[in-house]
Design a protein around this ligand. Structure first.
Ligand SMILES: [Zn+2]
Length: 339
């Protein structure tokens, strides 16, 4: 088969790779129905995160079980499954507390921008869709459950979004937009999205944003304070991972409020004394997507949410390099790839 490999900044190649096979008895091999490019893939693509030689790419996936190892019990060949970007046994203490992305046996998935994928710990990582094969039209939305929606959902959950609450979402990438959708599902009354891009503002409104702030940095914080009678927001979702976005999130939160931060931090430093006087709750990290998968799959299959709308570019998998370019140049919010 061919798969996606990053060689260096801006250098994505779709090249011959070994077709994955069962290695451990707890593995499954999937034939992917769809995969995609993640905002976090852009960090190494832009040279902002060093790589150790040619690196196979991709960690968002859904598709058909092709083969399972001898110890796998809960998934069977032929089933349609969605899995998390982090593997988990779903039985250790961290998993039982709901933090499967800190599983003691965790591996971060790689190599998913390919037609076939080996998934370790299949029983604890993969969730089959109930009722068999979903219609092809639902595949993009099911794919979002694997990371981008699961991460937006965790941001809202970690930010303690409650019915009637006021929410700010920092970041208008796919995670931020699906954070808006998640906050709406959790009953937020007011959802303020920070965005200066018209297409993204429109999608944010479609997903449930009630207000848009186009300012940045301290000006955005001042504007949000203004909009909330000087109080600040109950819940702020930080979906970028830069110093500026983190400070915006902390600044926009009311004393006693919550910041859910899911943007992978790059060079973020927090001042302890400053933080002390904010009274903020901070909760974030790699999203425990596995915890949310059954619920999110259910919401998609029942037509309650349509998170697949974040894909505004669909390409055949062999054009993956163009998919990265389009996202890097912000011509696309998120690229769906079909093998
Ligand atoms: Zn575990």
């Amino acid at each position: 088969m061919k798969g996606t490999v990053l060689y260096g900044p801006g250098d994505i190649r779709f090249e011959d790779r070994e077709t994955p096979k069962i290695i451990e008895p707890t593995d499954a091999v999937l034939r992917l129905a769809a995969t995609c490019v993640c905002g976090s893939d852009l960090w190494p693509y832009r040279g902002l995160q060093p790589i150790d030689g040619p690196t196979p790419m991709g960690h968002e996936y859904c598709g058909f079980v092709e083969e399972v190892g001898s110890a796998v019990k809960s998934v069977k060949p032929g089933q349609f499954v969605v899995g998390s970007f982090a593997t988990s046994d779903n039985t250790c203490a961290h998993c039982r507390y709901g933090y499967q992305s800190s599983c003691i046996h965790r591996e971060f998935m790689l190599r998913a921008q390919a037609p076939f994928l080996r998934v370790p710990l299949a029983d604890g990582t993969l969730v089959p869709t109930p009722g068999g094969m979903p219609s092809d039209g639902l595949v993009p939305s099911l794919l979002t459950c694997s990371d981008v929606l699961g991460t937006g959902w965790f941001a809202a959950d970690a930010a303690n979004v409650k019915p009637g609450g006021t929410v700010v979402v920092v970041g208008d990438g796919a995670v931020g937009l699906l954070g808006v959708l998640s906050a709406k599902q959790m009953g937020a009354e007011r959802i303020i999205a920070i965005s200066r891009h018209e297409a993204r503002q429109k999608l944010a409104r479609e997903f449930g944003a009630t207000d848009i702030v186009a300012e940045r940095g301290d000006e955005a914080v001042a504007r949000i304070k203004d909009m909330t009678k000087g109080i600040g927001a109950d819940s702020v979702l930080e979906c970028v991972g830069t110093q500026e976005s983190m400070m915006q999130a902390v600044g926009a939160t009311r004393p006693g409020g919550y910041v859910g931060y899911v943007g992978v931090p790059h060079g973020v430093e927090l001042n302890g004394e400053q933080l002390f006087f904010t009274h903020d709750h901070l909760h974030g990290g790699p999203a425990p997507v596995r915890r949310y998968l059954p619920k999110l799959i259910d919401l998609v299959l029942n037509g309650v949410i349509n998170p697949g709308k974040v894909f505004d570019l669909t390409l055949p998998l062999d054009q993956v390099a163009e998919g990265y370019r389009a996202m890097d140049e912000r011509r696309a919010i998120k690229t769906l790839l079909r093998p």
